[in-house]
Design a protein around this ligand. Structure first.
Ligand SMILES: Nc1ncnc2c1ncn2[C@@H]1O[C@H](COP(=O)(O)OP(=O)(O)OP(=O)(O)O)[C@@H](O)[C@H]1O
Ligand SMILES: O=P(O)(O)OC[C@H]1O[C@H](OP(=O)(O)OP(=O)(O)O)[C@H](O)[C@@H]1O
Length: 206
C-alpha cells in the first residue's frame, strides 16, 4: 500500500487530478464529504487530506510515503525528504511588498512581517541590515497597513491581494511551485512502486 498525503485547499484538487490522470484514481475522493482518508485497495493506494504546511511532516516521519508540498514549505522547514518532481502547479512567488508610498532609508531597523520567517531571514542575511521579523499566521498584508511592520515577505500569485490593499512588490525572492516529495526509507523499500509513480507523474506535468 502506498500512502499519499494530499494538501487540502487550493492545491488539492489540481494535484489529485494529476494522480488520477496518472492512473492512481480513487473516485470516492471527489464525493463531497468530510472524510479524510480514501483507499483504492485494487490500486494499492491510500490518500489522505492534510493541512498543506503539515504534508512534509507526514512524509518526513513516514506516515505518508509520498505527498505534495509547495516549495515555500520545503524552503521554510527543510524537511528531510526527497524532492522528486516539480509538478508545475500552484505557481506563485515569494516576494517583499510594501505600501505604495513606503520609502526605505536603508538605515533604520526594517520591520518585516511574514509567515515565512526562515525564508525571510535567509533573504535578508546577506544584506547587512538590522531586521526585526514579526511572525504572523495569515492576512500578512494587514501588518504594514496598520503600522505593525514596514514591509511583508509573502506569497504573491495574481497580485490582487496586494493591489486591493495599496501594496506593491518591491523585490522578488523566489519562484514557487508544488513538488512531489517522498519519504527517504519508502523510496528505498518501495522503490519499484515509487519509481513507477514518478515516471507516470512526469507524464502529467505540463
Ligand atoms: N495565492 C496563493 N497563496 C498561498 N499559497 C499559494 C498561492 N498560490 C499557490 N500557493 C501554494 O499553495 C500552497 C498551499 O497554500 P494554501 O493557501 O492552500 O495553504 P495555507 O492555508 O497557506 O496552508 P496552511 O493552512 O497549512 O498554513 C502554498 O504552500 C503555496 O506553495
Ligand atoms: O496574489 P494573490 O492571488 O492575491 O494571492 C496571494 C495571497 O494569497 C495568500 O493568502 P491566503 O488566501 O492563503 O490567506 P492567508 O492570509 O490566510 O495566508 C497569500 O498569503 C496572499 O495573501
Amino acid at each position: 500500500m502506498l500512502n499519499i498525503a494530499l494538501p487540502k485547499g487550493r492545491l488539492g484538487e489540481k494535484v489529485y487530478a494529476m494522480f488520477e490522470a496518472a492512473g492512481y484514481e480513487c473516485p470516492a475522493i471527489r464525493e463531497n464529504s468530510r472524510k479524510l482518508i480514501f483507499e483504492n485497495a485494487e490500486k494499492g493506494i491510500r490518500y489522505f487530506w492534510v493541512k498543506p504546511s503539515d504534508v512534509s511532516i507526514y512524509v518526513e516521519r513516514g506516515a505518508a510515503d509520498v505527498g505534495v508540498a509547495g516549495k515555500d514549505i520545503l524552503l521554510e522547514y527543510h524537511p528531510d525528504v526527497y524532492e522528486l518532481l516539480d509538478l508545475n502547479v500552484g505557481r506563485c512567488k515569494m516576494a517583499v511588498a510594501a505600501p505604495r508610498d513606503f520609502h526605505d532609508d536603508g538605515e533604520r531597523t526594517l520591520r518585516v512581517a511574514t509567515k515565512f520567517a526562515s525564508i525571510a531571514a535567509d533573504y535578508y542575511a546577506g544584506m547587512g541590515r538590522d531586521v526585526d521579523f514579526i511572525k504572523l499566521n495569515g492576512s500578512i498584508e494587514l501588518a504594514p497597513i496598520l503600522g505593525l511592520s514596514d514591509v511583508i515577505v509573502d506569497i504573491v500569485e495574481t497580485g490582487t491581494t496586494l493591489r486591493e490593499n495599496n501594496l506593491e512588490v518591491v523585490a522578488d525572492i523566489l519562484p514557487i511551485s508544488a513538488r512531489l516529495i517522498a519519504n527517504k526509507a519508502s523510496f528505498k523499500f518501495k522503490n519499484r512502486q515509487l519509481e513507477e509513480m514518478l515516471a507516470r507523474m512526469k507524464e502529467q506535468v505540463k
